[in-house]
Design a protein around this ligand. Structure first.
Ligand code: COI
Length: 334
């Protein structure tokens, strides 16, 4: 079978080739899927995308016309896919429900610690030749601090374990806590977790129309004053105006994010300077001295990449062998 895979960076290709035990006929496209390069999938039996690929009605309609019945993503998140349109066109969607959770967890930890110890601000300062140590860099130590995990799934719990290893207390809020996880974290309702935590890290799926901008004024007001917020999940979960306001009002200590809004027009591109980044809210975040943004690179690690590719190939193998796929995704029903 023929698969067109989008968003495959040059260093990823050897992994795709090495793990291709089914000898799928691969076409690699380095760029993420857009309207302009959808035709690279013409003639393929299946399409493999990642986050920030444009899998909207328009592209799904094209794929359907070309006889493509399987559009799979190697991401955990599926918010970039129009599931209703896929159902209409009879296109099967599948995802990778989990890859090495340490990929995202380690980055979240790094962002959290950098803001907690004011490392980013200090480095920006010494780059200007300024070696003063302002009172604002005075810090607590992690072993006396509490970390709050919002969303105790695979990634959230991996981060909880990392923080526990560094001596922090870890609390977590999640809709369905697992009994075994109580050995690692103290579960509490959201307000309690936010009220106790010096670093809050969010690991929940973004469900369009359901939890847009849920990291809002109300959420931030429940946080401990001067605590740090980390979002490595999805930019759409955050309300940038509320975050900027909380930072400037002295309520929020720092914001670290591996994700921003409207990523499809940003990720993978070099704008040369902040002023030409085509999103006002993102520009404002980037310009703030207590905001750290990375370009959605949490999953860009060797173990995560291997897992993503292995499970994606498994998904295609199962689909073409049985007409079903265990990791299939359909429109959420409530
Ligand atoms: C996901 O797996 O959901 C991600 O965010 C990573 C993806 C963009 C490759």
């Amino acid at each position: 079978a023929k698969i067109t895979a989008y968003g495959v960076r040059p260093n990823e290709r050897p992994y795709f080739d090495r793990l291709n035990h089914d000898h799928f006929e691969m076409t690699y496209v380095a760029d993420l899927l857009t309207h302009a390069n959808a035709d690279q999938a013409r003639g393929a039996d299946g399409v493999l995308v990642r986050g920030n690929c444009v899998v909207d009605r328009e592209n799904l309609s094209r794929f359907s016309k070309w006889g493509i019945r399987a559009v799979f993503t190697r991401s955990v998140g599926v918010n970039h896919i129009d599931l209703a349109a896929a159902a209409e066109f009879g296109i099967q969607i599948a995802r990778v429900p989990g890859y090495s959770p340490y990929a995202v967890a380690e980055l979240a930890l790094t962002l959290g610690l950098s803001l907690f110890r004011h490392v980013d601000a200090a480095v920006q300062q010494t780059r200007q030749g300024d070696f003063r140590v302002p009172a604002s860099y005075f810090s607590r130590e992690l072993h006396t601090a509490t970390v709050g995990i919002i969303g105790a799934g695979r990634i959230g719990m991996a981060e909880a374990r990392l923080y526990r290893g560094l001596g922090a207390q870890v609390m977590a809020y999640t809709p369905h806590p697992k009994v075994a996880d109580r050995q690692v974290v103290t579960f509490g309702d959201r307000a309690t977790v936010l009220g106790h935590s010096d670093i809050v890290s969010v690991h929940v799926p973004y469900i369009p129309g359901e939890n847009d901008q849920s990291l809002d004024q109300h959420f931030l007001a429940q946080m401990k004053p001067q605590a740090v917020l980390v979002n490595t999940a999805r930019g759409e979960l955050a309300d940038p105006a509320a975050i900027l306001h909380a930072l400037d009002a002295g309520q929020l200590g720092g914001y670290g994010a591996d994700v921003v809004t409207h990523e499809t027009q940003l990720i993978g591109q070099d704008f040369g300077q902040v002023a030409t980044v085509p999103d006002a809210a993102v520009r404002q975040l980037l310009a703030h001295p207590r905001v750290m943004v990375t370009p959605h690179m949490g999953s860009f690690t060797e173990p995560a990449l291997e897992d993503m590719i292995k499970v994606s190939y498994q998904n295609f193998r199962e689909w073409w062998a049985t007409g079903r796929v265990t990791n299939g995704v359909s429109v959420r029903t409530h």
